[in-house]
Design a binder for this molecule. Sequence first.
Ligand SMILES: O=C1O[C@H](COP(=O)(O)O)[C@@H](O)[C@H](O)[C@H]1O
Length: 243
Amino acid sequence: MKPEICIVESPQALARAAAHEFANRAATAVQQKGVFSVALAGGHTPKALYSLLADDAELQQKIPWRDSHFFWGDERSVPPDHPDSNFCMAQTALLSRVPVPAANLHRIKGELAPQQAATAYEQNLAEFFHLQPDALPRFDLVLLGLGADGHTASLFPGTRALHEQKRMAVANWVDKLGTGRITLTAPVFNNAVCVIFLVSGSDKARARKAVLEGRYDPERLPAQLIRPRAGELKWILDAAAAR
Ligand SMILES: O=C1O[C@H](COP(=O)(O)O)[C@@H](O)[C@H](O)[C@H]1O
């Protein structure tokens, strides 16, 4: 299935478009089944979205915070109060500013050894989603970013995690960063109800074009692995990333 591409003028408009998607999907999921589960992206791009969800009174009111559960697509090997932590970014911009219960925050424990953190995260997923062995979680919404090198979450070019078919979360050594990361795997992302890529800035234009319009080569462009089996795929781009 072809992705839906939405191009907006500016990074601010990107944040607003994504915020409306987020609020509508959260409200609908809770109306339909009493709970909303989202896997958040890290990095710089989603920060404006997270701040907007906390700042905009109308959006904030629309989101059923008590029934919304927050997970992360990936995490760096750092403690939760570290400036590089994906949890810390979302917590500062959004989660500490809205009435979401602490028990609804399912962070990846970046302070543990990456393999231990991945296993603990898998246990958390299995419990929350009441999974049978070998089953996969089905997130209502997954937010993803795109690196200029074609990575998404912590699925980096040429790394082992790209080939993972069974595990839900793995430790992934990233040679070019000289560090391990923890990431959800492509089968988990591809089992979601909806995946939305948020891509902003001219430094992402080349990777964006290669991922969406180039030859299928996920070893080089891991974001190409993301193709939900029975869900929607959307890309929200600002004008600079779409160019
Ligand atoms: O390292 C990461 O990078 C991607 C893209 O981040 P951005 O700063 O270029 O927006 C992000 O999606 C991922 O969660 C993060 O760990």
